[in-house]
Design a protein around this ligand. Sequence first.
Ligand SMILES: C[S@@+](CC[C@H](N)C(=O)[O-])C[C@H]1O[C@@H](n2cnc3c(N)ncnc32)[C@H](O)[C@@H]1O
Length: 282
Amino acid sequence: MTTENPTLHTPLSGLRQLLTMAKSMAINLLLAIPWMRRLVLPTHVTGMDGNEEQARELLRFFEGMADIRDAVILELGPGKTLETLQFARERGARYVIAADIVAYHSEEAAQQRGVDYRLFDGATLPVADASVDMVWACYCMQHFRDPQAMLQEIHRVLRPGGTLICRVDLRDHYHMFHRGKQYDCLRHSARVWRWIAWNRSSYVNRLRLSEWQRLLGEAGFRTSKLVPHEDVQLLKDNRSHNYLSHLDDRDLKTYRFDGSFRRTLCILLGALLNGLLIVDHG
Ligand SMILES: C[S@@+](CC[C@H](N)C(=O)[O-])C[C@H]1O[C@@H](n2cnc3c(N)ncnc32)[C@H](O)[C@@H]1O
């Protein structure tokens, strides 16, 4: 899967970019040392970081998309926040599972909150086929290293008719709030981007909204609700970058989307329905 601008032939433009790359590579290599990784883990900011008020707000968002009563819920990438699932249990969810690729919690500590915590390799979900009613993913999917494979995995573990509910942030995580640089990651070729981010939790797969929609359809999901978050100033900023010239206006201005996507009975049907019947409540 590539998001590269096909017209981009000069990924390394100048000394500044070379220095950025050298610094990133050094950090990547340092983080490859297991004890170094363990050392920096507590300093990771994963998002809500256990903030109860934000967890309740997120739960309201999930509940607004689907009834959680008596549901089996799998949350992908909860980071440091197990509260959302804990509160979901208190509000009537039958069973809650958290799956992450980084051990921010121990299984025992999670158990005390009523959460079944499962660590995995980011490739095969440690969950049985057709066993969950909904999959939640808050600011996690942009970090998928292999989005196609993960969407297939989500499809596999959802029961037919089950729902994927997500929030996805499409910005460069090194320049999230830096006006004019929010899509900076797309400036690089795939190879340079790998050098910069291969071993970092700030790695993003760089997919745009249109690419997510296509991949979701191909993986057998039908869009139930899609809320793109757009910024007109971002559109203006992005139009001036030639490395973004391959993107249409919608992809240029959408920096985040929230959505719920229903698992269809068969993958082909999902692709067809997603292409023909996108229900867009933007
Ligand atoms: C930005 S944090 C979001 C944390 C939390 N959902 C929040 O909003 O506060 C991204 C999380 O996704 C996890 N992650 C990355 N790739 C993943 C994958 N393939 N499957 C599950 N979790 C993943 C990371 O380890 C991290 O915990």
